[in-house]
Design a protein around this ligand. Structure first.
Ligand SMILES: Nc1ncnc2c1ncn2[C@@H]1O[C@H](COP(=O)(O)OP(=O)(O)OP(=O)(O)O)[C@@H](O)[C@H]1O
Length: 295
């Protein structure tokens, strides 16, 4: 990675002269909020992806859901507000690109299927630079990611949240009062499903609609025998969804090719379009479309 975090990458040269983001003056909160509301009005459906617990594959699910919906011809953006563990750029294969600014604001990076992507990862000078921010700074950053970015007209904006129900989740609920809904990601372990119940209760507290739950790492199909193993437990996602009265949108398998593609920075949905996992993402995407576009 270059030492200059704000250098524009090829292939998407901006039409206007890129401006060094470090020289952009911060704006008064009211001005940003007005811009934020105007920008968000141009996005039809705004969906936050939450998980009660870290490491359950929330960024993998957000990225592949975004690709599945974009593959259906819809205009999609994804904003990664997981400041302490931003992995969306890598999972979409756009890590190492840079954000630039022009007179209209910050230009997102363009990913597969023309997905517009914004993440703190594009601004970090080194791979191992930690983000050490308190809640107020994260709130300001989220506000700018939503209000200062040239999102344009979008059908869907996915918001990849950090694990849990902390500052960022509250900021999103406050800054996007007309949030379309939340999708919650879990794995079928007891600890994860317990944490998901907290996320569902959080969504209810902030009056956000729960579109449904995605169970990731649901099962493993042995390539040698074809036998299915429920490594973390069988039927937990369904049981929990039923108990909480929310739909189970789909079950994504645990698969070493998923981990490998993510580690190599290859967008899974693009690389393995015929895999059962990509087909499951298409089915989940269709359920989300039916839920939000029909209701
Ligand atoms: N279904 C899967 N099969 C195999 N590996 C997976 C699967 N889903 C995710 N992974 C791997 O698990 C790890 C964590 O995934 P990811 O970063 O998406 O989780 P996360 O919930 O967003 O984490 P955090 O929010 O704590 O940063 C990654 O290495 C990813 O490649």
């Amino acid at each position: 990675m270059s030492d200059n975090p704000f250098r524009m990458s090829s292939p998407q040269q901006p039409t206007k002269q890129p401006r060094d983001l470090r020289k952009v003056q911060p704006q008064a909160p009211q001005a940003v909020d007005m811009k934020l509301q105007l920008r968000m009005k141009r996005v039809k459906y705004k969906i936050a992806i939450l998980s009660g617990k870290g490491g359950v594959g929330k960024s993998f699910v957000s990225s592949n859901l975004a690709m599945a919906i974009a593959a259906s011809g819809r205009k999609v953006g994804i904003v990664d507000v997981d400041f302490h563990g931003p992995s969306v750029p890598k999972m979409l294969g756009v890590r190492g690109q840079y954000l630039t600014a022009d007179d209209n604001g910050i230009n997102p990076v363009t990913g597969p299927f023309n997905i517009k992507v914004v993440s703190i990862d594009f601004l970090l000078p080194k791979d191992d630079t930690p983000v050490v921010w308190r809640g107020a700074i994260k709130h300001t950053a989220i506000r700018q990611f939503l209000g200062d970015v040239n999102w344009g007209e979008l059908d869907y904006l996915f918001i990849d949240m950090p694990p849990g129900t902390g500052d960022e989740a509250l900021s999103i609920a406050q800054l996007i009062p007309n949030l379309t809904g939340m999708v919650i990601v879990t794995i079928p372990s007891e600890v994860s499903t317990l944490a998901v119940k907290r996320s569902i209760n959080f969504a209810k507290t902030v009056n956000a609609k729960i579109i449904g739950v995605v169970e990731n790492m649901s099962h493993f199909v042995c390539p040698d025998s074809g036998k299915t193993y429920f490594i973390f437990g069988e039927g937990r996602g369904k049981k929990m969804a039923d108990e909480m009265g929310v739909p189970l949108l789909g079950q994504v398998p645990l698969d070493p090719i998923i981990a490998k593609a993510n580690d190599m920075g290859e967008p899974f949905f693009v690389k393995y379009p015929e895999s059962p996992t990509s087909k499951e993402f298409m089915s989940i995407a269709q359920k989300i479309i039916n839920n939000v576009e029909v209701n």
